[in-house]
Ligand binder design. Structure first.
Ligand code: KG4
Ligand code: ZN
Length: 335
């Protein structure tokens, strides 16, 4: 069967077609991403109204492109999956309303997908044997959470950030040290050129048994160091800050993940989301999983950021579970 996936929760409009065989193996047939990053870069972050407008402009074109690239027609589609929450409400509404009309007009079943589940869904596209139960760590621009995934559609949050997300904090510090938006990927590279011990920063990992995080403290500490230096007419070393910041965040995530691995006794850990592209984090988490003899599953970097194929993958499992959305489907900014 063919599943169409539509993603518009933030600053990426994406349409994709995936194929599921009888055994449930998922393969990507097309995955078209229209990124708005260049537009938002002018403002140093995502401007919601501009994002909604750009989604409207891109949505029909990329849908056509996704079908053409997959070499199929609308009649071949068995399911339309769309991100319905969480995200920017105006941005989500564009995708949801498009998908509703597209599904209704062509008499194709519609399923609503949670964006976090979709990030995890990306892992099934390249790891065919993956099957719940497992633990998922979603690290993105808006989320840093642990989930117990009992079935391929049943997620229970078991910990996570109490304030900012890892990606958001990378972007904020990246901006202040002069990286273009979004700073995460640039900070990843710059960190190789600096000394990770140059600046002492507070860990985002909460102490004790808690697997939770707080990224606001480390973010404020870094901003205070940068601003304090500039008030004295000095400049911090950007590479040293990138290295210290990345190192502290990666160590904090590893520490909390270790608590979760031990407390749950899981044998499989899936890491997903935009920040899962971070090379330092990928390496460190692999080391942790090797130590605990846990299989680490991480999507390739090309599928870590927002894309339609991951929505189609999560949509496939929801569809197989019998979930269906009607024309009354609404978007929600919340999880
Ligand atoms: O999952 P995503 O595309 O969107 C959300 O659902 O939030 O994640 C975007 C986030 C941004 O904060 C971006 O800076 C971050 O992922 N990111 C990275 C890297 N690549 C993207 N953060 C750290 N290292 C990277 N290599
Ligand atoms: Zn995302």
């Amino acid at each position: 069967m063919y599943i169409f996936g539509m993603e518009s929760s933030c600053d990426e409009t994406s349409a994709a077609v995936i194929h599921a065989d009888e055994a449930g193996n998922l393969t990507i047939r097309s995955n078209i991403v229209a990124s708005q990053v260049d537009v938002h870069r002018l403002y140093g972050g995502v401007v919601p109204e501009i994002a909604s407008r750009a989604h409207v402009e891109a949505v029909s074109r990329i849908t056509r492109e996704a079908l053409d690239t997959a070499g199929i027609t609308v009649a071949d589609l068995d399911c339309v999956a769309v991100t319905a929450n969480p995200g920017l409400i105006g941005a989500l509404l564009v995708g949801v309303n498009f998908a509703k009309s597209f599904a209704y007009a062509n008499k194709i079943p519609l399923v609503a997908v949670n964006h976090i589940h979709a990030h995890v869904g990306a892992a099934y596209l390249t790891h065919q044997g993956l099957k719940a139960p497992y633990i998922a760590l979603v690290v993105s621009g808006g989320h840093t959470q642990f989930y117990r995934v009992d079935t391929d559609t049943k997620y229970t949050e078991i910990g996570g950030t109490r304030d900012d997300a890892a990606g958001e904090s990378f972007d904020k510090v990246g901006r202040v040290i002069g990286m273009p938006y979004p700073g995460g990927a640039a900070l990843d590279k710059l960190a190789y050129e600096g000394n990770p011990k140059a600046y002492a920063l507070p860990s985002p990992a909460l102490a004790g048994d808690s697997p939770d995080f707080s990224f606001s403290g480390i973010k404020t500490a870094a901003l205070n160091l940068i601003n304090g230096a500039s008030q004295r007419g000095e400049q911090i070393n950007a590479a040293d800050m990138a290295a210290s910041y990345t190192d502290t965040i990666v160590k904090g995530i590893v520490k909390q993940t270790e608590k979760v691995l031990i407390s749950t006794g899981t044998k499989v850990l899936v890491m997903a989301g935009g920040v899962a592209a971070n090379s330092h984090l990928r390496r460190a988490l692999q080391g942790l999983c090797d130590k605990h003899k846990v299989t680490l599953v991480v999507p390739p970097i090309s599928l870590c950021g927002d894309n339609g194929a991951m929505v189609a993958a999560a949509g496939y499992f929801a569809f197989m579970d019998g979930e269906r959305a009607g024309t009354d489907l609404n978007a929600s900014a919340y999880d």
